[in-house]
Design a protein around this ligand. Structure first.
Ligand code: 3PY
Ligand code: MG
Length: 253
């Protein structure tokens, strides 16, 4: 089976830099898969991408090196299994609040006896290889999003869920649920303290930690602080970020 490059990076002690795709376009996914991102996450939670859109995007990404990841819209086993069958090598699941949520999520990503995922990886075997079924449980990465007050309160038992590889922090929901303004890139303050606590608890439980960001300097700081994966920007942010600079330089009114 094709190796999961993120696991290899982590084994080498390196952090992974993950790109974020929210435009439902195989062409955008293909372009980004050749840019040098370690992982590329197709976001099915927020934005216009649905499972039928994601499949040609995964196909387009196959030729590049970026590890294909999907953020599913919710902890819904049927959607998780469809994404896994389509060849995702990592699943990010939003709003994991307790051990039951974590077990439901991880079980949908793993074949028995580790989980209850149903057999039928029609594209997994094309992307991963003929021995996909034999090794998928060890290669595919499960990320539980910690982004609620309840998720933080139950973090220890979530992090110790067998088969869970990593937590992934959604800073704006995390802030929201703790009564703070929903903001990314929290360099300091109470949300930054929560993020540091999540990182420390995940590592103490022997799993990895990733964090969502929108600024390169913040993502660099998170790598320096010990995060195993950072998402510094997205397709849409790069598009919308560059336009004002160009237009500002050329248009006078
Ligand atoms: C959050 O900030 O809550 C996220 O889920 C990031 O996409
Ligand atoms: Mg969120």
């Amino acid at each position: 089976m094709r190796k999961n490059r993120l696991r290899e990076l982590w084994a080498e002690g390196q952090a992974a830099v993950n790109g974020w795709v929210s435009v439902p376009s195989p062409y955008v996914a293909e372009v980004m898969s050749h840019q040098g991102w370690d992982g590329l996450t197709i976001d099915l939670q927020h934005g216009p991408i649905d499972v039928p859109d994601a499949i040609p995007m995964l196909q387009a990404m196959s030729a590049g090196d970026a590890v294909p990841i999907i953020r599913v819209p919710w902890n819904e086993p049927s959607v998780i299994m469809r994404c896994r069958d389509a060849g995702a090598y990592g699943i990010i699941c939003p709003m994991i609040n307790n051990r039951d949520d974590a077990e439901r999520f991880v079980g949908a990503c793993r074949y028995p006896p580790a989980g209850y995922r149903s057999n039928g990886a029609y594209r997994g075997t094309i992307y991963g290889g003929a021995d996909y079924l034999e090794h998928a449980n060890e290669e595919i990465i499960t990320f539980a999003m910690i982004e609620t007050r309840e998720g933080v309160a139950n973090l220890q038992e979530i992090a110790e869920t067998p088969g869970l590889d990593a937590v992934y922090i959604g800073p704006t929901d995390l802030a929201f649920s703790h009564g703070h303004p929903p903001k990314h890139d929290n360099f300091d303050g109470p949300v930054a303290e929560l993020i540091a606590h999540i990182l420390e608890t995940a590592h103490a439980a022997g799993i990895r930690a990733g964090v969502h960001a929108t600024r390169t300097d913040y993502a660099a700081r998170m790598i320096a602080d010990g995060f195993d994966l950072v998402t510094p920007t997205s397709d849409l942010r790069m598009l919308t970020g560059a336009a004002p600079e160009v237009l500002g330089a050329l248009k006078t009114s």
